[in-house]
Ligand binder design. Structure first.
Ligand code: GTP
Ligand code: MG
Ligand code: ZN
Length: 271
């Protein structure tokens, strides 16, 4: 825990009200018998959560008070998965974080035009999109200025380069995974998310990579916030409550990208 800029070990009591704290939480500490004790979690400005495995009706908090969610995806290795990106965009909207997309491993890309076409979908929605290689200083600088003096949570599939990017941004070295060639699968190398300040202001929270991202419970309106272009177009649908699934007078079909609509309709089935 950071206390006045210094790293401090503070025991976390089980069953504390509103707890347990997550990365990014602001807390109130009191001194008890010469020891710091975590007394209270202060009100969270934003909260990135995911759905609890196994039970779809519980949210599990991941990162508190991040201003933005930097969804990190590799252009290749592991392959770009737009459905996963879309889910993160919904989670960002739900938690009050500003979403952005960072695409790594450009150095491994053979078909740049195909990549640009995929990314145009997100640029057209209005999300900031940066593309590059994690070890290219120009790319790191662009990400750095996108974050500015804000707090960014980095999330995405396992092995896309979140921890590498965190190192480049902060100068702080934590676990970076070698993708195991023997079994051909990435390992989960980052477990506990931690807030790490960047030199010159701002901070990043490196989170554990996933293969699947379950969304926390939400209603259709929450879901719509993760697809702002669909929400905007749907105001022109002939029928209120149009589900954009072939109804007459639908203004969404044909106006928004079919992949995004497909993503949306799939998620709509689950809320
Ligand atoms: N070629 C190439 N390799 C990269 C790039 N960015 C990261 N890597 C490599 O990808 C592997 C995984 O990087 P990590 O930073 O551990 O990925 P992560 O997203 O933190 O993974 P988890 O912690 O498992 O979620 C490492 O071997 C990195 O060196 C890139 O832009 N190009
Ligand atoms: Mg990592
Ligand atoms: Zn419609």
């Amino acid at each position: 825990m950071l206390v006045d800029g210094r790293e401090l070990e503070v025991p976390i009591l089980p069953r504390m009200p509103g707890g347990p704290p997550v990365a990014g939480d602001d807390v109130r500490l009191v001194e008890r018998g010469g020891q710091p004790r975590l007394e209270e979690i202060l009100e969270r400005r934003t909260l990135l959560s995911r759905g609890e495995f196994g039970s779809r009706n519980r949210a599990r908090p991941l990162v508190a008070n991040a201003d933005m969610l930097l969804v990190v995806a590799a252009a290749v290795d592991p392959p770009f998965r737009p459905r996963l990106v879309d889910r993160y965009m919904v989670a960002a909207a739900l938690g009050g974080l500003e979403p952005a997309l960072a695409i790594t491993k450009l150095d491994l890309v053979e078909d740049r035009a195909a990549l640009d076409e995929q990314l145009a979908v997100y640029r057209d929605v209005g999300y900031p999109v940066e593309v590059g290689s994690t070890f290219d200083p120009g790319f790191v600088r662009r990400i750095r200025s996108l974050i500015g003096d804000r707090i960014a949570a980095l999330a995405g599939h396992s092995g896309v380069g979140k921890s590498s990017l965190t190192q480049e941004l902060t100068g702080v070295h934590r676990a970076v995974g070698e993708v195991s060639r023997k079994i051909g699968k990435g390992r989960h190398t980052t477990s506990d998310p931690r807030l790490i300040p960047m030199p010159g202001g701002g901070a990043v929270v490196d989170t554990a990579g996933v293969r699947m991202f379950h969304l926390p419970p939400m209603d259709a309106e929450d879901l719509g916030a993760g697809f702002p272009e669909i929400a905007a177009a749907s105001r022109d649908c002939r029928f209120r409550g149009c589900r954009h699934a072939g109804e007459p007078g639908c203004a969404v079909v044909g106006r928004v990208h079919p992949d995004r609509l497909d993503s949306y309709l799939r998620l709509l089935d689950t809320v």
